[in-house]
Ligand binder design. Structure first.
Ligand code: BES
Ligand code: ZN
Length: 469
């Protein structure tokens, strides 16, 4: 069937179906967005399971075979597949149906799990990251199924519920289900356009070492008058440790931290410098007058291709209203380090721990926990799937995509490469301004439609490129 079948001509049917049914697609997405599938907070586990079950039912309704939610030690992983023809190429679609916590709730202009459309923009936690984005793949598939009867490629889904909390169950799952997951390429929509109307394909992701640190001084909170001055304060000590982690050039001072950092190539620096990026405007959009980077690097370089160390949260002592004169027993911080090739998350954890042990004052006991890690990634941009994605985006946006590195992490991309030898095409439709992980997350419905169209076109291009080999 494949040889005499011109997919490029067939897509008109699928595309017009997706346009005609756009509003219903959005209504369905809204149903999914109503489920508060926050993976990191175990009190939401029932909702996470509910989202997995909802997805299984939805996949079944699209005609996807073997749709099921597979239990793990963490949250369920949803799978399903459409096998059109064993001689067609196979696309493995990855997405995540879990979302970040929604707090601070008071900063949302409408409740995070009561989706609302304002001026063509859908507001809800998960609207962009990643429910709104992986759902485009389901709707692209539906558009083929309901018009030509099947997509021009075999499609497999793996949609996990733990991405926002570190994808702990995924590596084992991938190894165990390696036969089921066999494919030619992975496609993921969980990243961003370069700017509205300017498509991009992400070829670099940062990795991550995420730690939690607790210093304990006295065995209980003390009166800060009776004891202050002679008992070391854990919050003061923690603040001092954190302050020593960077120098005045914003370089990280942990010994060995930069040893494996692959320098940016002259070509990469040149192509990044050529991108239409206004760094001050970028900073002002988040309410900051001037960006601050590691000395010697541009904002784009520093925010996508250099490693970081950021305190994500810090607590201890008395933080409620009014004053309470207390010398706290404990102080804690959560710290994320974004890594770049060829840094290794486990090695960075060890280096960080030894650095901390050498600095922590004798008056404190230190507890050091690694919460999760992710390998940094670089993807070869020269492959049939990358060509197909380039052509698809070019068809939709009437301009070729930029190839870029981003600062965020998608841990599974390295797992697919190392465990299955599979490359990923990161074709995302978010925008930096979509407020993912922040209050008022949103996704423009124009981009939801562009994404579905791009995915349909990707299938057609990939089938014809791979089919003509
Ligand atoms: N969708 C994001 C990755 C991303 C971030 C893409 C920014 C484009 C721009 C993903 O869901 C995410 O947030 N990942 C976490 C992974 C972490 C918990 C290991 C991240 O980057 O913090
Ligand atoms: Zn995401």
């Amino acid at each position: 069937m494949k040889a005499n079948f011109n997919y490029i001509q067939m897509i008109d049917h699928a595309l017009s179906y997706s346009k005609k049914h756009h509003d219903r697609f959005v209504d369905e997405l809204i149903e999914l967005l109503r489920i508060p599938s926050i993976s990191t907070d175990l009190s939401y586990s029932n909702h996470v399971a509910h989202a997995a079950d909802w997805l299984v039912e939805h996949l079944k309704s699209l005609g996807v075979n073997n749709s099921k939610a597979i239990q793990t030690n963490g949250h369920p992983i949803v799978i399903g597949n459409i096998e059109v023809d064993p001689t067609c190429p196979t696309v493995l679609v990855y997405g995540h149906y879990d979302v970040q916590p929604a707090d601070p709730l008071e900063q949302w202009t409408s409740p995070p799990f009561e989706p609302i459309i304002k001026d063509g923009v859908l507001f809800a936690r998960g609207a962009c990251d990643d429910k709104g984005q992986f759902f485009m793949h389901l709707k692209a598939l539906e558009s083929w199924m309901q018009t030509t009867g099947a997509p021009p490629v075999n499609i497999k889904f793996i949609i996990e519920g733990e991405e926002e909390s570190g994808s702990a169950s995924l590596p084992n799952f991938i190894s165990e289900y390696r036969d089921y997951l066999a494919a030619d390429v992975v496609v993921i929509s969980d990243s961003s356009l370069f700017a509205p109307g300017i498509p991009s394909i992400t070829y670099g992701l940062r990795g991550m070492t995420y730690i939690e640190l607790t210093l304990t001084g006295p065995d209980r909170d003390l009166h800060s008058g009776t004891y202050g001055g002679a008992i070391h304060n854990p919050i003061n000590a923690l603040a001092q440790l954190i302050a020593q982690m960077h120098d005045e050039d914003h370089r990280i001072l942990i010994d060995g931290f930069y040893d494996r950092v692959r320098p940016l190539s002259a070509d990469e620096r040149k192509s990044m410098a050529a991108l239409p990026f206004e760094s001050e405007k970028w900073a002002q959009e988040v309410g900051v007058d001037i960006p601050v980077t590691e000395s010697g690097y541009s904002v784009l370089e520093a925010s996508t291709s250099r490693p970081t160390l950021d305190c994500n949260g810090i607590w201890g002592g008395y933080t409620d209203d009014g004053a309470k004169t207390v010398l706290p027993s404990k102080a804690s911080a959560k710290i994320s380090m974004r890594l770049v090739p060829d840094q290794d998350p486990d090695e960075i954890a060890i280096l960080t721990r030894s650095w901390l042990e050498s600095k922590v004052p004798a008056s404190m006991a230190m507890e050091f926990k690694v919460l999760h890690g992710a390998q940094p990634v670089m993807i070869n941009t020269n492959s049939p799937a990358m060509t197909a994605a380039t052509e698809a985006l070019n068809d939709v946006y009437h301009r070729p995509p930029y190839f870029m590195r981003i600062g965020g992490s998608i841990p599974v991309v390295a797992d697919f490469k190392h465990l299955l030898g599979l490359d990923s095409v990161l074709m995302g439709f978010g925008l930096d301004s979509d407020a993912i992980h922040s209050p008022n997350e949103h996704f423009g419905l124009d981009r939801f439609a562009e994404g579905i169209e791009s995915i349909i076109r990707f299938h057609a291009h990939y089938a014809s490129i791979e089919g003509s080999k």
